[in-house]
Write a protein that binds this ligand. Structure first.
Ligand code: DHB
Length: 323
């Protein structure tokens, strides 16, 4: 049977139209998990591998294993969650080993490193450069460590880290950033990103040091840091969208952007796509709904694109219209 070349190319286009790329690494869909919930153990990571999450993103790790903060450390809220986990993780060497075990799932594997010092970042990035991961997300924005300010709010400290980690190997490096609230800070960070050849960013981490009070008990809802913790979910979506957009305008075509913050539906996802995200990560909704959320959100996104007449992810990417 002769197959018409045009017909074949149409089919190929259709098959590829919902794929995307982060720093040159292909993702089968626009939606994956975020470093954070349900990604600390091999069992949890295998659950992600078997789901339709388009990547396997691992829990932010430290040099030594860490138990995390004292309970209660996580509370679901009507419109999201607040957390102060305190980086519970098995230590980076376990995640290097996990990457080797997860390779068989043929899905991009993303390490996430959270150093407690500049040297920690260097040691862990070097180890993951020599591992089976595809990308390395450098978390400069964990808000939940006592007496350890978020690195990315200190541009001098950020530069010290970037200087040490940017030339350790060929795997693309990205930064997980906190929300910024003034455009001058987006500009300053964008300059560092260009200077040190950072290939992708993840915007945003939780909004740090929020306080939720239970008026019945007259206490905060979590224990660590006198109740101050990272706010996630719907509450932070507008801040996340603004950060994606601000960096997209400053760095489009130079880096890839993961959007994260309050994504629970295809409609939320479509907003991130318009803002300029190359892919999105889902955290709170994954914790609440389990791994079926990836398939559902992807289906909803495809439906929105179809109804709006977009034939691919790429066609809508960054195409926010101004008033
Ligand atoms: C934790 C929280 C974060 O927002 C983060 O980026 C990394 C770790 C935590 O408390 O475990």
């Amino acid at each position: 049977m002769r197959i018409n070349k045009n017909y074949l190319s149409c089919i190929m286009k259709l098959l590829n139209s919902y794929k995307t790329k982060i720093a040159g690494v292909e993702l089968d869909s626009y939606i994956c998990n975020a470093s954070g919930p349900l990604d600390s153990t091999l069992k949890e990571l295998e659950n992600i591998a078997k789901s339709t999450s388009s990547a396997i993103i691992m829990k932010s790790c430290t040099i030594e294993p860490k138990e995390g903060n004292q309970e209660p450390i996580y509370t679901r809220l009507p419109l999201g969650s607040i957390q102060s986990m305190g980086l519970p993780n098995l230590g980076y060497q376990e995640y290097v080993k996990f990457a080797a075990r997860l390779k068989k799932y043929n899905k991009p594997i993303i390490a996430s490193v959270a150093g407690l010092s500049v040297e920690d970042y260097q040691q862990m990035v070097e180890a993951f450069q020599n591992s089976d991961v595809d990308l390395i997300e450098v978390n400069l924005s964990c808000p939940n460590l006592e007496r350890k300010p978020q690195v990315a709010y200190d541009f001098k400290q950020t530069e010290k880290v970037l200087c040490k980690i940017s030339n350790l190997g060929k795997k693309p490096i990205g930064l997980k950033l906190p929300p910024y609230y003034d455009l001058i800070h987006h500009k300053q960070m964008a300059k560092l990103i260009e200077k040190y050849n950072i290939r992708f960013i993840t915007c945003i981490n939780s909004v740090g040091n929020a306080l939720i009070i239970d008026s019945k008990t007259e206490t905060p809802v979590i224990k660590p840091k006198r109740g101050f913790g990272g706010l996630c979910g719907d509450y932070i979506k507008p801040i996340a969208l603004a950060n994606v957009r601000a960096f997209y305008e400053l760095l489009k075509n130079k880096i890839s952007i993961f959007g994260v913050g309050g994504i629970k539906s295809g409609a939320d996802t479509f907003e991130f796509l318009l803002a300029g995200a190359d892919a999105v990560q889902v955290a709170t909704t994954f914790e609440k709904e389990g791994s079926n959320c990836f398939k559902r959100i992807n289906r909803e996104l495809k439906e929105i694109l179809r109804k709006k007449g977009y034939n691919s992810i790429e066609e809508a990417m960054g195409k926010l219209k101004y008033l």
